[in-house]
Write a protein that binds this ligand. Structure first.
Ligand code: RIB
Ligand code: CA
Length: 315
């Protein structure tokens, strides 16, 4: 099977970092055209720098990294240093990036690459959807060359950053609205499913036992991430963003249903909520495949096997 052309948009972020390592370790499955960074967990200056540090850790210096939007489309910016630390990848302690980001803006990279594509491109999004939404607004014709969008965001049930909203959607609800209305195949990987993939102590120990620089960085980050989440998720951190890459690698690990999803744009308690029409009450056609279950043991078995493929030490 030929490698799938893929662009990953992200806001590293400790779980983004694990997702990127999983993707970098899967060179046979992914023709990774580029990484685009967006403001989210931490400011853009950190997310793009973190993406480059993780690229080096994975031994994939050839993959271009593009800096994108420094703020959401409309609402005031929010961030999550209280979870991910001031660096955004606290616990990893990675060296300075080996080379600068590309000169093009991430939105222009998305527009130019999709416009010129000779084979449909998959977009995997791990953060607020600002870059992807603005690329669509700038040149809607690019949608013809999008194979699918797989996005970590939203929830059928409760939120995490507010009682109603999940962070990625809450951080830029208007961008999420643009993407959910784009009319391309869209898979939503929300909190309902990512909370089933918890990095428990035994799973972390299995990763630590790999004894490599990447596995050490992963455990350093997830130890902290888990501690910050412990009051909500008991033992360990939910693997939000790695679920996106795992889904692309092994969709059979997941189950979900097609349904209508709307993004609440009205200010107030539910601002940024994904309203998922689980039972078809609106009579509106489905615009997303919403995942609901994951084989967590199968997910971690694949994650550990792939992490083991990465270089022992940064190249
Ligand atoms: O709500 C979890 C999501 O928000 C993850 O992508 C995490 O990295 C943050 O971006
Ligand atoms: Ca993220």
């Amino acid at each position: 099977m030929s490698a799938r052309p893929l662009i990953i948009d992200c806001d590293p972020g400790q779980d983004d970092a694990v997702a990127l390592l999983l993707a970098f370790a899967s060179a046979q499955e992914f023709d990774l055209l580029g990484i685009t960074a967006v403001a989210g967990n931490v400011p853009l200056a950190r997310t793009e720098d973190n993406a480059r540090r993780i690229r080096d850790l994975a031994g994939r210096p050839e993959v271009p990294v593009y800096a994108g939007c420094p703020r959401p489309m409309v609402r005031e910016p929010v961030s999550a240093e209280y979870i991910h630390g001031e660096t955004g990848i606290d616990g990893a302690d990675l060296p300075e990036p080996s080379r600068p980001p590309e000169s093009a803006h991430a939105v222009d990279f998305l527009v130019d690459t999709l416009s010129a594509a000779t084979e449909p491109i998959t977009l995997a999004t791990l953060g607020p959807l600002t870059n992807v939404a603005l690329a669509i607004v700038k040149n809607p014709a690019i949608l013809a060359n999008v194979r699918e969008i797989v996005t970590m965001g939203g929830a059928i049930g409760l939120g995490n950053v507010t009682p109603a909203a999940e962070f990625n959607v809450h951080a830029d609800p208007h961008a999420a609205h643009v993407v959910f209305e784009a009319g391309v195949p869209l898979t939503m990987i929300g909190l309902d499913v990512t909370h089933q993939a918890i990095a428990t102590p035994p799973r972390l120990e299995a990763i630590r036992a790999l004894g490599t620089a990447p596995s050490s960085a992963v455990c350093g980050m997830l130890d902290l991430y888990g501690a910050k989440n412990v009051e909500a998720y008991h033992h360990g951190a939910p693997m939000h963003d790695p679920c996106v890459i795992a889904y692309l690698l092994s969709p059979g690990l997941f189950e979900g249903r097609d349904m209508r999803v709307d993004v609440e744009l009205a200010e107030g308690h539910c601002f940024g909520r994904t309203v998922c029409d689980l039972h078809g009450r609106t009579g509106t056609a489905a615009n997303a495949r919403v995942l609901e279950r994951v084989d967590a043991d199968g997910f971690f078995a694949m994650l550990i096997e792939r992490l083991a493929r990465l270089p022992m030490a940064p190249i």
